[in-house]
Design a protein. Sequence first.
Length: 723
Amino acid sequence: MESSHRPESVEVRDSVEGTIDRILFSSPDGGFVAARVKTSGGTVVVRGALAGAAKGMLLRAAGGWKKHPKYGEQFIAESWEWVAPRTAEGVERFLVESGISGLGEKTARRIVAVLGVEVLSRIDRDPGCLKEVKGLKKTVRERIVSVWREKQAGREALTFLYGLGLGPGVAGRIYKAFGSAAPALVREDPYRLCRAVTGVGFVTADHIARNLGVSADAPARIREGCLHVLEEAAARGHCYLPAGRLKMSAGRLLAAAPDTLEGAVASLQADPRVMIEKPSGLGKDAAVYLRDLWRAESELAEDLAARVQGPCSAAFSPIVRDLEGLVLTDEQRDAVRTALSWRISVITGGPGVGKTAVIRALAGIARRRGVRCLLAAPTGRAAKRIEELTGRRASTIHLMLRYDPYAGAFQYDRVHKLQTGLVVVDEASMVDLPLAWRLVQAVPEEVPLVFVGDVDQLPSVGPGSVLADLVASGRVKVARLTRIFRQGAGSAIVENAHRVNCGEMPDLTPQTGAQFVFLDRPDALAACLTAVQLAAEEIPKRLGLDPWSEIQVLAPLQKGEAGVVAANHALQARLNPGEGGIPCGEYRLRPGDKVMQTQNDYGKGVFNGDVGRLVSLDSASGEAVVRFGARPVVYAPDETRQLTLAYASTVHKAQGSEIPAVVILIVDAHRVMLARNLLYTAITRGKRLVVLVGSRSAVAAAVRNARGQERFSALAQRLRNAP
């Protein structure tokens, strides 16, 4: 992503030249600056990616005028350059505003009086000219020269970066990372940008490299391309890639010959960021890992194997008397016994089978025994839900382990263990490999660790399929709940979810007042329009639900006529029409919009998938405020790219939530993503109403595809093979 601050349309084209009188706002990456500029015709506000702007500098910019509804006429800079001040007042102000200790207004006037308004040009030619100013200390002279050269170098660096075809946001981030050394460092190794600059990935770095003359078959290009493929695979949930799959994907990306890739993949063995091995049971092809994922997978398997073998804490033995008086079925009692008898266990089952009742029973027994019980979930939404259902405090796993976003480390780890006698993790299907690795490290070896979740749901957004691997390994004790209890409103949702999970078609028969409805709209555009009408008008009227907080449209894919992006644009137009706003990815966000956080931000305490309401937006500065529940969170302009519209979302992003009404788009154009676990997960998000909008053939295709999206993970094999 190059910048969240894209060029704005202007109404009247023009140019301005003047001295910066005040910086009104500047984002950290230089992607957005608003400055008050004094020109010969008066004072104007100039907006743009004016990287390096400072008070006292002379700006020459081309662009155009645009009327802001709140702040009036402003100049939008599309291209610009910094030039040396040309008046005595301008030079004096520049010197004073440079922040040089010992250089005040009187000294600045004296320097200009002696050396003239061309003093800065003279410094370029002969720094020793400052000695002509009597009484000017050597340290002050040296600092003046240093500051001016630094600003010159900064301007040259930005000119170099813009010359590579980079947008101002990306150029600003690179300049912030490397300063005036950017040209030399980028020329030396353009691919270092992938590793050192946030928001600059392989595609941008490769574009720069090719502009600098790096050949298509350069070893560095092939190596970084392979690493990019591995990183993209991890983003799709894979822990590794088979060597053959890696070569095939890298070949498509790089348009490189097979023999070139053969040698490149082999050479990755020496790269400290990569690990290549052949775990037993994975077939003939070697497995190529990002080293951090290899370490997480191999160490997690070792820790789990040690847990499986060792004795459990005696804190819950015997437990027979603890079960007396609890209203539980035999299945649920067995699940409680399993959870409290082993150091690691899994409790799994579909919707309505009583998983929450088991969690309540475990927490209640721990309290009666005087044992501390920690309840956790992967996301804030899931933690809040288990809190509401059990009446007991729960937190995210990150908060439980005291994650420090600034240090990038957890307070509780292999050395500093959690002080607890029982840990229960709900919605465990959402726990990815790196988080499971950190969690298992932090739980004392003898303490029961219980994973509760639906193994048939979609796996985690992050790498791995931990819950499914634990079950598939055959080494971890598993309690399966099968008896369905949930009746009344929503029972048709539960019944149809179980039908899908068993490989049967859901009941698509029209029924008046039903909680599970199918609307036949095989045309993708017609399906999207129907879903929008339902979510924006019909369901709110019929059930009295809030379309912002109690209704969610889901789709398997982002793109297409029935994708998330199209649905979001249409729903925004219906529910929150208007002009303006800030550009953010595919959308323009406006006050009142339903938005979603797209990455974990531990400093703000908001996490990937959290949904809130954009309550205010300063169009001049780009600062936004989003309310998550009752808590307002402030976003600086360069942070708003973490947000996206959330009237519609992918099924994956909805995991861990329960919503009163869900509208699911499912058409033949989604076939590449359609799978049984995806449809099952989507249906189980709804509590009162689920509406499928699309085609019967698409529903059938999803039900038939039991494998879903293949994930490369060796955790189950490692655990099976562990001693």
